[in-house]
Write a protein that binds this ligand. Structure first.
Ligand SMILES: Cc1cc2nc3c(=O)[nH]c(=O)nc-3n(C[C@H](O)[C@H](O)[C@H](O)COP(=O)(O)O)c2cc1C
Ligand code: SF4
Ligand code: SF4
Length: 249
């Protein structure tokens, strides 16, 4: 069973490629989070978790969701983290989750994909994003074949810096930087409601045809990057930056 969380589509694409090769079904963690119910899954095939990297680890909402979900059947677990460069020591935290959930850790792999963090960092142009996605595909296919064959992923090399980034830096990153107070919608907004429908945490309500952020945000970038008319900005930092968004409905 392929479980994926994705704000802007990179991880969804990786999950699709893996599901096609392994002839396995895909489960959207976004949809599960939106429904807000406790889930139980029964899988004959290995459990494959495909997510973006947030602060050198799996997104906290995904770690929590795995923790709260019941998995029956096959206990072999793989983790595929899309990133823009480094997933740090996400390895250690995926192993910890496996231990707690009594799953067999079959490895973690990072796949560089386009930077989607338009609220915080400069993002690549549309053409650069296309090139990065194409360059990532052979590595994703290789992982898919390893999963199909039941092979473990090789252990990644972890530096002291990786441990600091995924540990204490991750710990201060969320309370310090992950909030929705910087989001605004301009007069370009056409009241389509896509931002509200796509938010995996149901954090956006439409009031008089305009989005209002309610204070429970994980910075997935689905709202700002997926707005069809680029009406959403994050403070001044997102102005003029390309929005990478390849998520399919
Ligand atoms: C909140 C946030 C934190 C991120 N932190 C990292 C990071 O620590 N390391 C990294 O390489 N990329 C980081 N990125 C980039 C994303 O992991 C990368 O673009 C990912 O492929 C996006 O996947 P998605 O399109 O499935 O949402 C971050 C992006 C966001 C939005
Ligand atoms: S997605 Fe953009 S245009 Fe649509 S409601 Fe949200 S802000 Fe407005
Ligand atoms: S408010 Fe926007 S950035 Fe925050 S979780 Fe929802 S869609 Fe993602």
């Amino acid at each position: 069973m392929i479980f994926y969380f994705s704000g802007t589509g990179n991880s969804q694409l990786a999950a699709k490629m893996i599901a096609e090769t392994t002839s396995d079904e895909m489960i959207s963690i976004n949809n599960c989070l939106k429904k807000g119910k406790k889930n139980t899954f029964q899988s004959k095939k290995p459990l494959v978790f495909v997510t973006p990297t947030y602060a050198w680890r799996m997104p906290k909402v995904v770690e929590q969701w795995i923790d709260e979900t019941d998995f029956a059947g096959n206990r072999n677990a793989y983790f595929v983290l899309t990133c823009d460069g480094s997933s740090g020591n996400a390895n250690a935290y995926a192993k910890k989750i496996c231990k707690e959930k009594k799953m067999q850790f079959n490895g973690i792999a990072s796949i560089p994909m386009p930077e989607n963090y338009v609220a915080m960092f400069p993002t690549p142009s549309e053409q650069e994003c296309k090139n990065i996605v194409e360059a990532a595909k052979p590595a994703i296919s290789k992982l898919a074949i390893q999963i199909q064959k039941g092979e473990k992923f090789p252990e990644p090399a972890i530096s002291f810096r990786d441990k600091i980034l995924s540990g204490p830096v991750n710990g201060i990153y969320y309370p310090l930087l992950v909030h929705d107070r910087g989001f605004t919608a301009s007069s370009k907004c056409i009241s389509c409601g896509k931002c509200a429908r796509r938010c995996p945490l149901n954090n956006i309500v439409m009031i008089n045809g305009k989005p209002l952020w309610k204070g429970n945000c994980t910075h997935c970038m689905a709202c700002i990057a997926g707005c069809p008319v680029e009406a959403i900005e994050y403070k001044k930092s997102s102005k003029g930056r390309h929005r990478h968004y390849i998520m399919e409905e």
